[in-house]
Design a protein around this ligand. Structure first.
Ligand code: NAD
Length: 507
């Protein structure tokens, strides 16, 4: 065990003591809240599936308390000058930076994501608060639309209290990606984090409270999706739901929110193609292909889980790829050397492992991995896996596996690559590797996905739109796109005093 690994384990253990010794509460109206039902659920670590601690299982009454708090806080938060919201959000960012290591250690141990990635994810959470905080002053800005005898102008106002429902993959960073723009817009928030990764949401609530966020502006209710999550989507005080998670859950939420006409923003599943042409810089392409599926345990919505490789370079590229995959370091998430950690939960681990059989049954070949890889007989570890010789109609090509598992499919030419890329229910992201500039653009235009990277891995720019087409989502996040969701646009029409007002009953 390296010194750094040992220190990480000791520090994580110290941080987790509080979660081991007392039930993790909700955070409602500026206070830790034990919940109204007394019910709890166990939170496990994927390292060995042992219990970290108990978590309050929120129900409709807890959600109601949180929604009432968010509703009561809304008028004050909305009225606070943008400059002051901005200052508070920077204080939250400072608090995140000060606790970034703690957040990373807890998140790694709780979710199984390797510490090398989680340290950056915590810092990205702070960056989200700073970026959207800086926009708080201008979020309400609108357009001037003069007509002949009237002046129209628009402004934006926060939509009201919103619900934010997040998944377990990079949970801290993802929740800040939703919560920060909502707060900058002037909305108050009820956050329902994923039941498989509950801890860092509580840390965020505490940091925000310590930074001086008024009571009720950010509330957090722990619990199951079918209970706490569902009642949040149905609550009349909540005007919009920002949801990140599975496609099927998105449909449930749309149904659940129908009676109260919820505005919804969905970031859902993906089965994203990375298309490598023979003329690409193949060394860089190889690095990106490996990074974009095996980093973050492959539990990443924008992972490039389908490799489309041109036939002329298929065998050589797949061979090099398989060698790299076999060389990936699977290990304890707190070990700085680890590249692939354990999968978040035993249920998810079983799902990912089931695809090893499915792949061979459907006729694909396993070129690397293909087995569970427990450490000392424990934990949700799997061998990073590469399927080759696959066809796009196979289940390993069509279904979101959400693990360190890549399916390689070959294509002859550009037209076939486009057909394969688009023959899927999802449309989140696409990656193209080619040194032919025109082809890069042609492919980017032709792929049905919300985000395309040409000669790059997923490289995020906060003002740029993020989101998917087809079953991968509804709406876009990022910069001003986020405010379109969290705010209402109002048009104000003022007469210049010269136009003729129609007269009735005056004859
Ligand atoms: P999930 O849909 O099972 O759960 C997500 C959240 O929804 C959890 O908090 C859960 O408790 C809650 N939930 C479940 N049922 C609910 C219901 N009926 N009503 C309200 N809330 C409910 O997803 P997951 O397994 O936690 O996350 C993995 C999925 O998230 C993958 O499909 C992945 O692609 C997707 N994801 C998408 C993006 C994106 O930007 N498109 C980003 C990250 C993850």
């Amino acid at each position: 065990m390296s010194n750094d690994f040992e220190t990480n384990c000791q520090d994580a253990d110290t941080l987790l003591k509080r979660f081991r010794s007392a039930t993790l509460p909700h955070f409602i109206n500026g206070k830790a809240d034990p919940g109204r039902s007394g019910k709890t659920f166990d939170s496990l670590t994927p390292v060995d599936n042992s219990i970290i601690g108990e978590v309050a299982a929120g129900n409709g009454d807890d959600i109601d308390a949180a929604c009432q708090a968010a509703e009561a806080a809304f008028a004050g938060w909305k009225a606070l000058p943008g400059k002051e919201r901005k200052a508070l959000m920077h204080k939250v960012a400072d608090g995140i930076v000060a606790r970034a290591r703690d957040i990373a250690l807890v998140e790694s141990y709780d979710s199984g994501q390797a510490i090398r990635f989680m340290s950056k994810a915590a810092i990205r959470g702070a960056a989200n608060f700073r970026f959207f905080g800086d926009l708080a002053e201008t979020a309400r800005d609108g357009q001037s639309l003069p007509a002949d005898e009237h002046i129209n102008y628009t402004l934006r106002q926060p939509i009201g209290p919103v619900g934010v429902i997040t998944p377990w993959n990079t949970p801290f960073m993802l929740s800040t990606w939703k919560i920060a723009p909502a707060l900058a817009a002037g909305c108050t928030v009820v956050h329902k984090p994923a039941e498989w990764s509950p801890y860092t949401a509580m840390m965020l609530s505490e940091i925000a409270h310590e930074a001086g966020l008024p009571d009720g502006v950010l509330n957090c209710v722990q619990g199951m999706g079918e209970d706490a999550g569902k009642t949040l989507t149905e609550h009349p005080a909540i005007k919009a739901i920002a949801f990140v998670g599975e496609t099927t859950t998105g449909s449930h939420i749309m149904r659940q929110g129908a009676a109260t006409l919820k505005r919804v923003h969905f970031e859902l599943g993906g089965k994203n193609p990375v298309i490598v042409f023979e003329d690409a810089d193949l060394d860089r392409a190889l690095d990106a292909v490996v990074f974009m599926i095996y980093s973050l345990n492959g539990e990443r919505c924008t992972s490039s889980s389908r490799l489309l490789i041109q036939e002329s370079i298929r065998d050589e590229f797949n061979e090099k790829l398989a060698a790299r995959v076999r060389n990936l370091k699977v290990g304890h998430p707190l070990d700085p050397a680890t590249e692939v950690g354990p999968l978040v939960h035993d249920r998810h681990f079983q799902k990912v492992c089931s695809y090893f059989d499915i792949a061979t049954k459907d006729g694909a070949k396993i070129a690397a991995g293909g087995k569970a890889a427990p450490i000392d007989g424990k934990g949700n570890y799997v061998q990073p896996t590469l399927f080759v010789g696959a066809r796009n109609d196979m289940r390993v090509a069509q279904q979101e596996i959400f693990g360190p598992v890549l399916t390689s499919i070959s294509f002859k030419d550009e037209a076939e690559a486009i057909n394969i890329a688009n023959d899927i229910e999802y449309g989140l992201a696409g990656y193209v590797w080619t040194n032919d500039l025109s082809r890069g653009h042609r492919m980017a235009h032709a792929i049905d996905a919300g985000m395309i990277w040409v000669n790059s891995e997923n490289n995020r720019h906060l003002p740029a739109p993020f989101g998917g087409m087809k079953s991968s989502g509804i709406g876009r996040d990022g910069g001003d796109y986020s405010f379109e969701f969290y705010m209402e646009t109002k048009n104000i029409c003022v007469a210049l005093g010269t136009h003729r007002v129609p007269q009735l009953g005056n004859s």
